[in-house]
Design a protein around this ligand. Structure first.
Ligand code: LAG
Ligand code: CA
Length: 584
């Protein structure tokens, strides 16, 4: 398990994030996806074949514990027991998924429904999906004295006591202030942590006092990433800021406002998108265009929430979200629905090598624009916005200084224009028109000249993006001297035992080191097996981070193993060469 933690740590710091998972209350670097209602074997396969290779840092999964029976999606939010047996799959399948996602560098975040227990069919007793007998306020782990009394219903959002100690939608409200309840919940959470789960969404956090959640957290092992679902659109007694001491917090204002601007506003307004709009500080915020609730009119839904149903407009909003440096973004991945109660399709997403996406399973996280902006965000991490441009209406463009450039055209006509990109000269892959793999671009290219200018032709309702991790040629060297400021870095990876077809690579945060994409990592030479070595020419005076990586040569998503522990950091010298060593 500790190995997996370390692999995860590697990916995290890979994204320029100086913080460790243990710093709770600080947003993560990177991008995570919510694979809403995906079954565990599908999630595992997705980690290996898509999420890891594309650079997603995490995956939020539906609540893994036993819940009430029924076809509706929201049965998952009515806990019967904390057995890991659910519509997502069995305990064994859950463990397999967590291990395989960790091995692929993708952290699993579990959704914790800990404010309440089941109530549907409230009067009767019933059996949960794993066969546990229960009735309202009576479960193997709880009796009626484990709930808040006297029983009341949430009716007044101006009254924090009412919001936190009464029943939400008739769901029996656990006495989360009691040490027995706190320990019971912590035991469940610690089971997940011991399996290798790296983070938790705290469902209905607004309905538990920060003190109660703190009591649970103090009984938790490890230092998982915690983010709290607090719906705060203003005007209520319970506010998001009351939870900042516990972890990151969902910023629902972001979802409401990005939808408003893309649907009925003007994109030029987004120039200041962030704290000045009344949002929480970026480092606290988990942000999304839509989540599993508000995409279907539940939990703070509204007329302007964007969903997959918005098609190209949804793509544009996600391109903006992922290109814009605010918060820790969640990409929503949905199944198609018209009935807002309807549960997931019975079909699997993965069937051998074929993928059942873009239909009954929407897989927004696989839409090209969305998936390729994940790497853009990693490559531009830590850089400020510069070179903002707008046409006074719904065409915008901006740079992430020196690292990337984005153009969004939410108008009916094409946008043809030369922009000051801030990027080094070179031919870049427009990663929203095609994929960039091993130095090859399957889409159109954009040429940045020696002054940093480039002409973009962006069709109506589309976007374009270039970044220094996807350069076809050039990329900083307009000078005829091919590499004026370059030095040689001698890489060594020790203990690189591999199987047939698997090799050891250098992977790091520079484009020349694959920009953390296993597919683009640089293969080393096994002449002194199991020690692998290689010399790579890199820019002088440049800070970089890297790790050793194992992967299969012909299938970069297979056999992936990251060097455990922190990234190796070094700054290249002004000339000559330098040696650096990692290993397994
Ligand atoms: C959440 N965040 O605070 C979840 O994101 C949200 O999806 C959950 O509600 C809610 N808290 C409770 O965990 C969902 C549905 C509700 C559903 C509830 C329990 O949005 O509609 O309520 O899960 O399954 C359903 C019925 C209600 C009924 C209730 C109790 O829709 O009409 O009162 O069950 O029987
Ligand atoms: Ca409560």
């Amino acid at each position: 398990m500790s190995n997996a933690v370390n692999k995860r740590g590697g990916v995290l710091s890979a994204l320029g994030c100086a913080l460790a998972l243990s710093v709770s209350g600080t947003a993560e670097a990177g991008v995570y996806v919510h694979l809403f209602e995906w079954k565990w074997p599908d999630v595992a396969r997705e980690c290996e074949t898509f999420l890891g290779p594309k650079g997603y840092t995490g995956v939020q999964v539906s609540p893994p514990n036993e819940h009430i029976t029924g076809t509706q999606w929201w049965t998952r939010y009515q806990p019967v027991s904390y057995r890991l047996d659910s519509r997502g799959g069995t305990r064994a399948q859950f463990i397999d998924m967590v291990q395989r996602c960790n091995a692929a560098g993708v952290a699993v975040y579990a959704d914790l429904v800990i404010n309440h227990t089941a109530s549907y069919g409230a009067s009767g007793s019933s059996t949960g999906v794993a066969g546990t007998k229960w009735s309202t306020r009576s479960h193997p782990m709880y009796g009626s004295n484990d709930y808040h009394t006297p029983i009341c219903s949430i009716s007044n959002y101006q009254d924090a006591y009412n919001v936190q100690n009464c029943d939400l939608s008739g769901l029996p409200d656990l006495n989360t202030g009691s040490s027995y309840v706190q320990q019971t919940l912590a035991n469940y959470i610690n089971d997940l942590t011991s399996i290798g789960v790296k983070g938790f969404r705290v469902d209905a956090a607004k309905h538990m006092s920060p003190g109660d959640i703190s009591g649970i957290r103090n009984r938790m092992t490890g230092s998982p990433f915690i983010f709290l679902e607090v719906i705060d659109l203003g005007g209520e007694a319970v506010t998001a800021s009351q939870y900042f001491g516990l972890g990151s917090v969902t910023e629902f204002k972001y979802s409401a406002k990005i939808g408003e601007q893309f649907k009925i506003g003007q994109l030029k307004n987004l120039k200041t998108f962030g704290e000045s709009w009344g949002f929480m500080s970026s480092g606290k915020a988990v942000v999304f265009t839509d989540n599993h609730d508000n995409q279907r009119g539940h939990g703070a839904g509204g007329a302007n929430i964007l969903t997959y149903k918005d098609g190209s407009l949804y793509n544009l909003a996600n391109v903006f979200m992922l290109g814009w440096p605010y918060g820790y973004p969640q990409v929503m991945s949905s199944y198609s629905f018209s009935n807002t109660d309807a549960g997931p399709p019975g079909s699997s997403v993965h069937n051998g090598t074929s993928v059942n996406c873009f239909g009954e399973w929407q897989c927004e996280h696989r839409w090209r624009e969305i998936s390729n902006m994940v790497r853009f965000r990693a490559v531009t991490e830590g850089t400020a916005v510069s070179n903002w441009w707008d046409n006074g209406n719904n065409q915008i463009a901006f740079a992430r200084a020196g690292k990337g450039f984005v153009v969004v055209n939410r108008e009916g006509g094409a946008l043809n224009r030369s922009f000051a990109t801030s990027l080094p000269a070179g031919t870049y892959c427009n990663v929203l028109s095609g994929d960039f793999n091993n130095g090859t671009c399957t889409g159109s290219t954009v040429t940045v000249d020696g002054s940093g200018n480039a002409t973009f032709n962006v069709a109506a309702m589309t976007s374009a993006a270039i970044h220094v991790g996807a350069v076809v040629s050039g990329g900083g060297n307009p000078n005829p001297n091919p590499n004026p400021g370059s030095v040689t870095v001698n890489f060594t990876c020790n203990n690189g035992q591999t199987y047939m077809g698997q090799s050891v690579y250098v992977i790091g945060n520079l484009g020349a080191l694959g920009a953390w994409a296993p597919a683009s990592a640089v293969k080393l030479n096994p002449a002194s097996y199991p020690t692998w070595t290689g010399a790579i020419s890199l820019p002088a005076n440049t800070a970089l981070e890297w790790k050793c990586l194992k992967r299969e040569e012909s299938n970069p998503a297979n056999g992936v193993q990251w060097q455990p522990g922190d990234n190796i950091k070094l700054t290249t010298p002004s000339s000559g060469s330098v040696s650096t060593t990692g290993g397994f």
